[in-house]
Design a protein around this ligand. Structure first.
Ligand code: GL2
Length: 872
């Protein structure tokens, strides 16, 4: 690798080479020097926040050494690189994860002998915990200081975070590219039962996990016009795009450490800032204020994450974000490639770019522009390179989430890109026409340009398909569905092999080891893997199966669950102003039933709360017809229904669901007659760090989307990995979870996706017939039982089922949902051993859902990329 340092100076560099801390003592030395030098504080004013910062700086120092080496190694080996483009990276906290991933040794022989070093197996976390304790701080309190990096909405963003973890762990030369929003997903407050959004200014304190690369600044243009003075009339010839507005993209890098490897990859996030150029025309015309304001507007591009999940709004600023990010990332990728001095034809051999949903599809167009307009390649040669480079992951079939841009708006912002899209479409349609002359409607159906009124629109998903060599869905059912529904015509055009499946996964480092240290400990003790190698090879978990019916083991397993339930009860108490909602004395016999995810009608939190109401009404009915509370408890044993999740700020129905949950909780939780047998809790501001407390505490979790709507779901995998059982529909990855863990270990119910169209059709053409049970529930809601001051408060929710076609099929699934819930109660309360066996077997067979497996599949079947292993 090139260096500017003369040979004779290298010795001095080597002599003063920076070193990692490797013992608790060395860590403490680092910590204190950071308190003094980095924070300019001391022993006399070091609080938890300062301790967090000093710890992070110290851990970061270790990472940076490996980070630099990794980048040098990857450059020197010059193998194929992977770039994961995602508008969302829902990273959560970094410190604990970095500490866990620092565990470097994969040999088990020295475990237990040299306990307090980083190379002694399972002790990196213990070592630092002790060292911090000796310095006078509580490890957990220190970790709590870190704000979540909440640069995502939900599953899609968290998937990207799990993937970068697995790419580093698998030693893949892979970078993530995203945006450094100043405001992540809003913080949710619940006021009088309503969601209120407050800004998440997560960069309030210095962020030790990013490095500003102020030397890496990419100028990005918007607006302007296309000048073809040089090129004549052919649109295919290179032209000049004269931009009208220019901003700078500045790189911020986050280290992504792999687990038990010294590979540390890079996540590069772009931040917008004004150029130093100044609009002198405005200045000279006396409009100084305006020209400053225009400069300031630059920063607004990366100010805020759009808070919609599975929904696209079509705002100009969003398109600006997308282009800004795609252009900056591609510029960076192309610059790195050009340093290798290889011919352009080798670009796809050296680079794979994965499009996380259609959000980065402009990168396809931008690469074509760079190759044709700037590098002067022939159009078709360029297009061949482009399509071999990109691959596209689809994450939803829902119409409202599919991106479309009106060509007017698009053409104003990106005039040259619009021309290129027209040309791409022209060649694409020409080829289709040649092949399918008999199918007259086909061209209109697959055109990248939709002939819509009032205006034509660009279908980004179609552009992504045409610009990629592979398209994948995220669970088997979903990948089948896209082939038979939204992308059906493209299967005909390209053949079935362009379409594939990579079922989602999650990183076991965060979602088992970090979130559930007690369970991780029990597992590693039980399968005799104290160096935690199972976290790299989850098939090792199958060794748990032989203990599934072992009474002593079951009891230890249960103890871990109870510990985690208490931990969650503590969190709930804290969030409820110090007042307990959950009865601690009975926690072992209380079923924790949890649904945490974005609030969405298709995810059917409304069905869950209707079920809770039905249970409550049934309990009250028993009491009023003379049953004793013991008899009620026999039929409806102790249960807490726990909800959490954010609604998009503009999503009226989802916000109403939140309000209903809270209103129902207010009534039920105060009703002394039912003697705490049922409680309802809404946990405000669900996020990654709360998920780490909530998920390990579940006995049962709910994944109950209308069949065919949830592409995969990933929290279902997290709950199973933590020994929780699932109640779910035959949707998304629930299908493969069932296959892996066995159908005896999951509670499935409801209609199948193949029946959904017909059921919806019936609702449209005949009025919806409600089952007796649901009818009762809706009537009680309409009576104002949960909103006495405003009985019609929830009318939109009840009407949507009753009169508006029940699009999400709550009425069709309600009875089987309720019946399945009663079955759950029976197993949980009547046969604890059977329950524990299911729980143990689930964990034993959850290995398939490690995101390490996903990354291997992407690497083998889509990227054709190999790991670059550190030399040992
Ligand atoms: C989603 C899907 O809704 C979800 O089922 C899937 O698990 C994730 C990750 O593949 O992607 N699609 C989508 O647009 N969002 C998702 O979470 N926001």
């Amino acid at each position: 690798i090139d260096t500017m340092i003369p040979l004779q100076s290298r010795e001095i560099w080597n002599k003063h080479r920076v070193k990692k801390f490797n013992t608790g003592d060395e860590f403490q030395e680092k910590f204190i020097s950071h308190v003094e030098w980095t924070l300019a504080r001391s022993l006399y004013n070091c609080d938890d926040l300062a301790a967090y910062q000093a710890t992070s700086e110290s851990v970061r120092d270790n990472l940076v050494i490996d980070w630099n080496k990794t980048q040098q190694r990857q450059t020197a080996r010059d193998s194929k690189r992977v770039y994961y483009l995602s508008l969302e990276f829902l990273m959560g906290r970094a410190l604990d994860n970095a500490i866990i991933n620092m565990q470097t040794d994969t040999s088990e022989k020295d475990v237990g002998e040299t306990k307090e070093t980083l190379t002694s197996g399972n002790t990196s976390r213990e070592m630092i915990k002790n060292a911090i304790g000796q310095l006078g701080f509580n490890f957990e309190d220190v970790l709590e200081q870190e704000p979540d990096a909440a640069l995502g909405n939900g599953g899609l963003g968290r998937l990207a975070a799990c993937f970068v973890d697995s790419m580093a762990t698998g030693d893949y030369p892979a970078w993530g590219y995203g945006l450094r929003y100043q405001y992540g997903i809003f913080a949710q407050k619940i006021i009088n039962g309503y969601q209120v959004e407050t800004p998440d200014y997560w960069l309030n304190f210095a962020n030790p996990w990013e490095v500003e690369r102020s030397e890496i600044q990419v100028p990005i243009n918007f607006y302007g016009y296309v000048d073809r003075a040089q090129s004549g009339s052919s649109t295919l010839a290179p032209v000049d795009w004269i931009g009208g507005e220019r901003v700078l993209a500045v790189a911020y890098d986050m280290p992504i450490p792999g687990f038990k490897t010294s590979t540390v990859n890079n996540l590069r996030l772009w931040s917008a800032k004004p150029t130093t150029e100044f609009d002198f025309s405005k200045f000279n015309s006396g409009d100084y204020k305006n020209s400053v304001e225009q400069q300031q507007r630059a920063e607004s591009i990366t100010a805020v994450l759009y808070p919609n999940d599975n929904f696209e709004q079509g705002k100009e600023l969003r398109l600006k974000q997308q282009y800004f990010w795609c252009a900056a990332s591609l510029h960076d990728i192309v610059r790195r490639f050009k340093k290798s001095r290889r011919p352009w034809s080798e670009f796809p051999d050296q680079i794979a770019i994965q499009l996380n949903d259609t959000h980065p599809t402009l990168a396809v167009v931008e690469l074509q522009r760079v190759l044709v307009d700037l590098e002067k390649l022939d159009w078709h040669e360029a297009w061949d390179i482009v399509t071999k480079t990109f691959a596209y992951t689809n994450h939803t079939v829902m119409q409202e989430a599919l991106e479309k841009w009106p060509i007017g708006l698009f053409g104003r912002l990106l005039p040259r890109h619009l021309e290129i899209i027209f040309d791409i479409n022209w060649f694409f349609l020409k080829a289709v026409e040649e092949k399918f002359q008999h199918d007259v409607d086909l061209l209109g159906r697959v055109s990248i340009i939709e002939e819509a009124s009032p205006e034509r629109q660009i279908r980004m998903a179609f552009l992504a398909i045409v610009g990629s060599h592979k398209v994948n869905g995220v669970a088997e059912l979903h990948s089948d569905l896209i082939k038979t529904t939204i992308f059906q015509d493209f299967v005909k055009i390209y053949g079935p092999n362009k379409f594939t499946n990579v079922t989602n996964g999650i990183t076991p480092r965060r979602w088992l080891k970090q979130a559930n240290p007690k369970l991780a400990q029990l597992i590693s003790d039980t399968i005799d893997d104290r160096a935690d190698n199972y976290l790299l090879d989850m098939s090792k978990l199958t060794a748990l199966a032989k203990f599934a019916e072992d009474e002593t083991f079951q009891s230890k397993w249960n103890d871990v669950k109870q510990f985690n339930k208490l931990r969650l009860a503590d969190l709930i108490k804290k969030l409820n102003g110090g007042v307990d909602i959950i009865e601690r004395d009975h926690i072992r016999n209380t079923l924790f039933d949890i649904q945490v995810k974005r609030i969405h009608e298709y995810k059917r939190q409304q069905m869950n709360i209707f079920g809770v109401i039905y249970r409550y009404l049934s309990m009250k009915e028993m009491l009023s017809s003379g049953s004793s509370i013991e008899e009620v408890a026999e039929k409806y044993p102790r249960k807490v229904s726990i909800f959490g999740g954010k609604s998009a700020p503009g999503y009226y129905m989802a916000k109403l669901i939140i309000k209903l949950i809270n209103s129902v909780g207010d009534v039920i939780n105060k009703d002394d007659e039912i003697k705490d047998l049922l409680k309802v809790v809404f946990i405000p501001d669900y996020n990654v760090s709360k998920a780490e407390i909530i998920i390990p505490a579940s006995d049962l979790s709910e994944h109950i989307s209308t069949a065919g709507t949830e592409a995969s779901g990933t929290s279902n995998m997290k709950f199973v990995m933590n020994g929780g059982l699932i109640i779910g529909t035959v949707d998304g990855a629930n299908v493969e979870i069932t296959r892996e863990i066995g159908e005896d270990n999951i509670f499935l119910f409801g209609n199948l996706s193949e029946n959904v169209d017909e059921l919806r059709f019936n609702h449209q053409y005949h009025s919806t017939k409600l089952p007796e049970s649901l009818n009762k529930v809706l009537n009680v809601i309409e009576s104002g039982a949960f909103s006495p001051e405003n009985p019609s408060e929830f009318k939109a929710l009840t009407d949507s089922v009753k009169y508006h076609g029940d699009y999400y099929l709550v009425s069709d699934d309600f009875d089987s949902y309720v019946a399945t819930q009663e079955l759950v109660d029976q197993v949980y309360h009547k046969d604890k051993a059977a329950w524990l066996k299911k729980s143990i077997l689930s964990v034993a067979n959850v290995g398939f859902f490690s995101s390490d497996r996903c990354i291997e599949e992407y690497a083998d079947t889509i990227w054709n990329a190999e790991p670059v292993k550190p030399e040992t």
